[in-house]
Write a protein that binds this ligand. Structure first.
Ligand code: 4AD
Ligand code: MG
Length: 441
């Protein structure tokens, strides 16, 4: 039996349209929108790779086809065949003269797709996150996220780092005991990891330069636009690295990620309305200031920081606003930082640590430090924080068997994506965000 023209047409992705102009092609996807204008129907199709406007002309189409397209409901799945044409006025620059269309699953008119082109409130959209992901804005954000992750892996893989991931179920706290998620572990209890760092330290002493990259968990009561309870963090750790090496690595990583996103994701940044001129200013070197200078600058800019406290979100914004690229703030008071940080030999009340603050009010995107490599000092810090030494026995071993200075940092992927996309809240930067308010869908 002879194949029909429509079966013979090759299935293509919308993003590859340019290579098929003038030919008969088949698209598989969903109805994004439908416009009717007199004798003409303009269905817009999406297939996950882009949007394509179709045209059906009443005078030349069969009455059945015209009616089938006219009745299409938003997000019905379908297969459409037609001839591709360059059309500068159409979204994406091409248009499909529709010759045939098969509906795979019709969305019932009585129970229409809940997300319409009109404005919806954020609660409604979050409740429908599984569908909201199909919007052009969410697709653009997820593509930027993918690019950030790809650039991060590329950076470390090409710089001699070995990926060695840390466990998610852990016996002890890394970043303070107030944000631990406790889970039953047979007859015992365990915690969801807050950071892979302690394990990355063991791997650094085995591999020299290593990184781990995975989900991390914090039972954060914070209801800010920067906090999730589950977020992804990449954590490099380097043997023999001191604070300056850590700062150099951090700024090189961020400059690389920004450069890659600008090189590969301009169309997505345009969908998001991102001002890319601000991102183009992110060039090496980044400014570096001490915590002492940071406090002075925050207060000179109208803040009310008490010396010795951590920078709050508002303080970070006041400070970061003074620079056109990320700023590195180093040597915070040891008292406000984690137990494992190496004290500054010149001022032991300060920790050899660094936070990187993103510009435009996005706050801390990186936190890191040189680690304590002396056994007795680390022991006394664990005791002083009231942490159970038993759970850290293996971690102390790293200071018994060939201890060396070392350090690393953690970069939160969602905060970086929010900054690069120029969006208000981290909840849109991960496919299914987990926050204090929400664990559905
Ligand atoms: O500064 P933090 O707590 O550092 C650590 O966890 C270290 N152990 C990392 C290391 O040295 N290996 O977290 C690092 C980064 C922050 O700068 C921020 O980007 C992100 O993780 N982050 C969060 N992102 C979203 N929601 C939260 N609740 C976050 N908490 C931290
Ligand atoms: Mg931090």
């Amino acid at each position: 039996m002879a194949e029909t023209a429509s079966q013979a047409a090759p299935a293509i992705a919308i993003r590859d349209a340019a290579a098929h102009v003038g030919r008969s092609v088949r698209l598989r996807g969903w109805l994004y929108n439908l416009r009717e204008s007199g004798q003409l129907l303009f269905p817009i199709f999406r297939d996950g790779t882009g949007l394509m406007q179709g045209v059906v002309f009443k005078k030349t189409a069969s009455p059945e086809l015209f009616e089938r397209v006219r009745q299409l409901t938003q997000e019905s799945s379908l297969e459409v065949t037609g001839t591709l044409r360059a059309e500068p006025r159409a979204p994406g620059g091409y248009e499909l003269d529709v010759q045939d269309l098969v509906v795979l699953q019709a969305v019932a008119a009585a129970e229409p797709y809940p997300i319409t082109p009109k404005e919806h409130g954020i609660e409604f959209l979050m409740e429908h996150r599984h569908l909201w992901l199909r919007s052009q804005r969410q697709v653009a954000i997820l593509r930027v996220r993918h690019e950030v992750i790809r650039a991060v892996r590329e950076f470390f893989d090409e710089d001699g780092f070995t990926l060695a991931d840390a466990p998610i179920l852990t016996p002890a706290a890394c970043e303070g005991t107030t944000t631990l998620f406790e889970v039953e572990y047979f007859d015992d209890k365990a915690y969801l990891t807050q950071s892979g760092q302690l394990y990355a330290e063991a791997c650094a002493l085995a591999l020299g330069k290593t990184y781990c990259f995975g989900p991390t968990f914090r039972a954060e009561k914070s209801k800010t636009r920067r906090h999730l309870t589950e977020f992804w963090m990449v954590e490099p750790e380097v043997a023999f690295a001191e604070l300056d090496d850590i700062m150099n690595l951090a700024e090189r990583l961020v400059a690389h990620v920004v450069e890659r996103v600008l090189a590969r994701r301009r169309p997505e940044l345009a969908v998001l309305g991102r001002d890319t001129a601000a991102l183009e200013k992110v060039q090496l070197p980044f400014p570096r200031i001490s915590y002492d200078d940071a406090v002075a600058r925050v207060n000179a800019a109208g803040g009310a920081m008490q010396y010795g406290t951590d920078l709050g979100g508002g303080d970070e914004t006041l400070l970061a606003r003074q620079f056109d690229r990320p700023v590195l703030v180093h040597r915070y008071p040891a008292a406000v930082k984690a137990f494992y940080m190496q004290p500054d030999p010149v001022r032991p009340d300060l920790a050899l640590c660094v936070d990187m603050l993103a510009p435009e009010g996005y706050g801390e995107i990186i936190g890191g430090s040189q680690r304590i490599h002396d056994l007795d000092l680390l022991r006394s810090r664990i005791a002083a924080q009231g942490l159970p030494e038993e759970a850290f026995r293996w971690y102390l071993d790293l200071r018994r068997f060939g201890s060396v200075p070392h350090g690393g940092f953690g970069m939160g992927i969602e905060r970086v994506v929010a900054w690069l996309c120029g969006i208000e809240h981290v909840r849109e930067t991960i496919p299914f965000p987990r926050t204090i308010y929400r664990i559905y869908p």
